[in-house]
Design a protein around this ligand. Structure first.
Ligand code: LMR
Length: 311
């Protein structure tokens, strides 16, 4: 390769906070593989997992500055940029991941990819992680069990309201600080997906996990609108193809990884898994559902209705 060809290479950084053996970690690797296969030496994709480069609160400004080109924060982490994506945090909104796909692939979900275009950010795809489970050092069977317990949460006002609805104390905290906060007792519990609970070993420092499936943790892959639109069209088309394939790949893989890693947590014997009876599940739903009304003005009732219609 000549000097000119080398200097024309587009170096593209993708930063995220989870481990490589997660749906997002694998999606990012797949994107790299396909982009480099499709575009050859025209691009070099560098993946930075495990908050190596940025925590989620720093990655969006970094994308706008051009320090990194792609990030995929959880949909819970865009509150400062748009209120509309808060829809994804509403407790008990989606009954399963098929309902999530239906909403994301539908008209409203696709429109939400552009919810931050006025702020210079473009969404290029949704990636699944999965539904969240509750964990703590005491058994959480009914909403009253959570009262007074401190929970680490992602930086989402909806999730804060969800825990306040059961008289718990939410504490926003970076993902990278969660394990040590649980270990040292700075917080009593947390909510997360099986893949995050497994890959970050939260199960080793939590005595109980309630399989509550009470909310969603999914991602939007985002980039800078200015950078994206300024790319050589051949490169943008190749990246679009690689991203679409990576989205299909990550979304197909998430259910499989979730099942595998849930089983690995159970097999570890380090924590007790609690199943909710239908009655107890309904109690959590009743306690947390008022959060929908609290945020419907910010989100838009039409968006909430479109999501709920997918169940
Ligand atoms: C969390 O902070 O718990 C998650 O958003 C981390 C992630 O990216 O899955």
């Amino acid at each position: 390769m000549g000097v000119n060809a080398a200097s024309a290479q587009e170096v593209i950084k993708f930063a995220h906070v989870v481990a490589p053996n997660t749906p997002k970690g694998q999606g990012a690797e797949y994107f790299k593989k396909r982009a480099e296969e499709i575009l050859g030496d025209k691009v070099k994709i560098e993946i930075y997992p495990n908050s190596q480069l940025f925590d989620d609160d720093k990655v969006l400004p970094a994308i706008l500055r051009g320090d990194v080109q792609f990030g995929a924060p959880s949909l819970a982490k865009f509150g400062k940029w748009t209120k509309k994506l808060q829809v994804f945090d509403l407790p008990f909104l989606f009954k399963d991941m098929d309902a999530v796909s239906c909403f994301q692939d539908g008209e409203k979900g696709q429109e939400l990819l552009n919810a931050m275009s006025g702020k210079g950010l473009t969404g290029v795809g949704y990636w699944h992680n999965g539904l969240k489970q509750l964990s703590a050092n005491k058994p959480l069977r009914v909403p009253e069990d959570a009262a007074g317990q401190k929970f680490r949460i992602q930086s989402s006002d909806v999730i804060a309201a969800q825990f306040e609805a059961v008289d718990a104390v939410p504490q926003k905290m970076a993902f990278s600080e969660t394990y040590s906060a649980l270990q040292t007792g700075v917080v009593d519990g947390q909510e997360n997906t099986w893949s995050n609970i497994y890959s970050k070993k939260f199960f080793e420092v939590q005595d109980y996990i309630t399989e509550s499936n009470h909310g969603l943790l999914d991602y939007m892959v985002v980039t800078s609108t200015k950078w994206w639109e300024g790319l050589d069209p051949e490169i943008r088309d190749g990246l679009t193809q690689a991203m679409n394939e990576a989205s299909d790949y990550a979304n197909g893989l998430s259910a499989e990884l979730t099942a595998e890693q849930r089983q690995a947590v159970i097999d570890s014997g380090e924590t007790e898994i609690l199943q909710l009876s239908a009655d107890d599940f309904a109690k959590w739903q009743t306690a947390m559902k008022p959060v929908w009304d609290e945020f419907s003005g910010d989100i838009g009732q039409d968006i909430i209705d479109a999501a709920a219609a997918c169940n």
